[in-house]
Design a protein. Structure first.
Length: 245
């Protein structure tokens, strides 16, 4: 009889490959010190490829077990839970295994974790929002994203922006532009980077002229970091033009 996978199995597997030296490095890299954006986050010292391999091994984890991982104080356990959730959502979206009710349940489950502060570092947001919220809203009203963008939570605002990566990959820049305009005056570094990154991707994947039009209208309002990211793949003359504004 096959053993049913549990959160405890995932924890044990992560602990087996943990490296205390890497943990020290990761806690510095993810800014876990007092007053920093990742304050208090705990790392085992497991690199992302190893975490993803373990998540793949336990892809059959039930939502209740994933919830235990998301409520863990350990960063890699939360990441593993999100990677497993991504895989479950992707399976429920495939034509042969389509489960719209299951997708909706997982979106609600994910947003509940976001709202209670469990998707609380940039890598956790970036590895999940575009794979869960983005695909779900691709053909649906997107009011949810504008509500998230008004949140006091840095992570909820970043979820709003990163969810639009799924739209960009589908050739739709409209919501990205609206959210970026809404968040242009947000000077938190991780929002600045997200705004610039999504704008850059519009230029790369959708239409560079659309990006240039956005910059013509908004460059003077943009923070230095967002503008730097957004213009990264433009010509030197174009970059100089927009940065001078």
């Amino acid at each position: 009889m096959t053993e049913v996978p549990t959160a405890a199995h995932v924890r044990a597997a992560l602990a087996e490959v943990a490296d205390p030296a890497d943990a020290i490095h990761l806690q510095r890299f993810f800014k876990t010190g007092p007053g920093e954006y990742g304050e208090g986050d705990v790392f085992l010292g497991v690199r992302v490829p190893a975490t993803r391999a373990i998540a793949k091994r336990y892809a059959g984890l039930e939502l209740s077990e994933i919830d235990q991982l998301l409520d863990s104080p350990v960063h890699e356990e939360r990441l593993a839970g999100l990677v497993i959730l991504n895989a479950r959502f992707a399976k429920a979206a495939k034509p042969r295994t389509l489960d719209v009710a299951g997708q909706e349940q997982m979106v609600r489950f994910y947003l509940a974790a976001v709202h209670r502060g469990r998707v609380n570092n940039w890598d956790l947001v970036d590895s999940s929002a575009e794979h869960i919220v983005g695909p779900w809203l691709l053909e649906r009203p997107r009011d949810l994203l504008f509500a998230l963008a008004q949140s006091d939570s840095l992570w909820e605002r970043r979820v709003a922006l990163l969810s639009t990566f799924a739209f960009i990959k589908a050739g739709d820049a409209s919501t990205t532009f609206e959210l970026c305009e809404q968040l242009l005056d947000d000077r938190r570094d991780l929002i600045q980077k997200a705004v610039g990154w999504m704008l850059r991707e519009v230029g790369k994947r959708v239409d560079r002229l659309l990006l240039l039009g956005f910059l013509d209208r908004n460059a003077a309002r943009m923070g230095r970091t967002a503008l730097s990211y957004a213009t990264e793949h433009l010509t030197p003359d174009q970059r100089a033009h927009y940065r001078a504004r």
